[in-house]
Structures are given as structure tokens and as C-alpha cells.
Design a binder for this molecule. Structure first.
Ligand SMILES: Nc1ncnc2c1ncn2[C@@H]1O[C@H](COP(=O)(O)OP(=O)(O)OP(=O)(O)O)[C@@H](O)[C@H]1O
Length: 240
């Protein structure tokens, strides 16, 4: 993998002329940043601004990589909806990026990732034959397969049961080690477990929330993890 790089998103976003948010977010190179905030505040919009996707509004500001190079071809993005192609199997969906680029697809690696997300026995099924959580895990495998230095994850574990969610958090932490990751989540416990940096977003500002000085991936039952997630939840409930 190429050397990790950081990202800064700074500026104002408006929809129909109304200010949605004024943000200044820095993603440290090779680290996990978790972004939390009220529903509708603009977290997914921040994620979409980074690769330059349509947001339905107007952004006045900058998105810059710390190495000064263009971002094209260096980002893997997992949207809130799974975006699986319905006419392809789970395995073919994992391979779709390589196929679209006309690259040699590493089928064995795709199968290993499907195995890691618990879906190898479903590799030949099309998305309509899979549950919501299975489709989300297929989309996760597709995102991890892309092997990019910058990874944007929009609530990637939201459809999973608690046990599978913990397993998938651990898998993502392992596979994405050393990459720059931005994870949008509503779950203070998930953020506290995974984040090197937590950012809480409101319309007026983006602020850093202190994480325990233990390294991520943090133990769920560590009192410092528990204390951080409890205080973060209280803060999110109070934040406007
Ligand atoms: N394509 C679009 N056209 C117009 N407005 C949009 C579009 N996409 C999002 N919005 C609006 O932008 C605002 C922020 O949406 P966004 O999805 O970024 O919020 P969010 O914080 O990720 O929400 P959630 O936590 O519910 O997923 C919302 O008011 C939403 O209605």
C-alpha cells in the first residue's frame, strides 16, 4: 500500500441557500476518525464531499489531501445503502470494482473476504436472496477488497446484530490498519471502541471529543472505554 495521507475538509455547506453546516475536519493519516452527530446534521454529506459526489447542495470550502495529490483512485466508499448490483452474485459484487477497471481480479482474495464476513457459503447468491445484514456484510467485503489508502464508511455496521457487529468491527480494524478511515456512526460505543479521533458535528461546529489513552481497538469492558462512551452519549443527547 502507498503511504497513508491525511485529509482536511473545511468550509460551509448550504442547501437551497440555507446553511447546513460549517465544518473543519482533519483526518489524521493512517488513523480512524469517527464522526457523530444528530440525524440530518450532514455527516453523510461530509463523506460525499470527499470523493466529490453529488450532495444536493453547495459547498464553499476545500477538501485537501496532506500529500497534495489528487484523491481520484485512492478512495474506497461504503454508502449507507448497500448499492449491490441485483443481477450479480455476492462474489461478483465484491469483485465489481476490479472488473469495471478491467483489472485482473483476485478471486481467491475476494472469497477469503467473503469467508471473513461469514458469507462464503452464500457467495453465489444474488442480493435479493440475502438478508439486510448479509447484504451489508457483502458491501463491507467489497469495500475492504478495494484496498485503498482512504476509506469512507457510512454506518457500515448498522444492520448487524450485536455479536456480528463486534466481529465486523474487529475485522475492519484489522484489514484497514494503517489506512486513513472516516467512519460515520450513531453508536457511541462503536466510536469509542474504534476511534483514534472522535468528532462531534453540529450545524455550527465540528469538535473533537477526547478518547481514552488506550489504543484502538479498545476492549468493550475496559472501564475507560465504558466511561468515554457514557459521557459521549450524554453529550450527544444534549448537543443541538
Ligand atoms: N441529494 C440531496 N438533495 C437535497 N438535500 C439533501 C440531499 N441529500 C441530503 N440532503 C439533506 O442534507 C441534510 C443532511 O443530510 P445527511 O444525509 O448528510 O445527514 P446525516 O447527518 O448523515 O443524517 P443521518 O444521520 O440521518 O444519516 C438533510 O437535511 C438532508 O435532507
Amino acid at each position: 500500500m502507498t503511504a497513508p495521507f491525511g485529509i482536511r475538509v473545511a468550509g460551509q455547506h448550504r442547501i437551497n441557500g440555507h446553511l447546513l453546516f460549517d465544518a473543519d475536519i482533519t483526518l489524521p493519516a493512517g488513523r480512524w476518525t469517527c464522526l457523530l452527530g444528530r440525524s440530518g446534521v450532514g455527516k453523510s454529506t461530509v463523506l460525499r464531499l470527499i470523493p466529490g459526489l453529488e450532495t444536493g447542495g453547495r459547498f464553499t470550502g476545500t477538501v485537501t489531501a496532506t500529500d497534495g495529490k489528487p484523491l481520484q483512485g485512492r478512495i474506497s466508499y461504503m454508502a449507507q445503502s448497500d448499492l449491490l448490483l441485483p443481477w450479480l452474485s455476492a462474489l461478483e459484487n465484491v469483485l465489481i470494482g476490479a472488473r469495471l477497471r478491467g483489472a485482473q481480479a483476485d478471486v481467491a482474495r475476494a472469497r477469503r473476504l467473503l469467508d471473513r464476513v461469514g458469507l462464503l457459503s452464500h457467495a453465489d447468491k444474488r442480493p435479493h436472496m440475502l438478508s439486510g445484514g448479509m447484504r451489508q456484510r457483502t458491501a463491507l467485503a467489497r469495500t475492504l477488497f478495494e484496498n485503498r489508502p482512504l476509506v469512507l464508511l457510512d454506518e457500515p455496521f448498522s444492520a448487524l446484530d450485536a455479536g456480528t457487529r463486534a466481529d465486523m468491527q474487529e475485522l475492519a480494524a484489522e484489514v484497514l490498519q494503517g489506512r486513513t478511515v472516516l467512519l460515520v456512526t450513531h453508536d457511541p460505543s462503536e466510536a469509542t471502541r474504534l476511534a483514534d479521533q472522535i468528532i462531534v458535528m453540529t450545524a455550527r461546529q465540528t469538535s473533537i471529543w477526547p478518547v481514552p489513552d488506550t489504543p484502538a481497538l479498545r476492549a468493550i469492558d475496559d472501564p475507560r472505554t465504558f466511561d468515554c462512551q457514557t459521557r459521549l452519549l450524554a453529550h450527544l443527547r444534549a448537543a443541538a
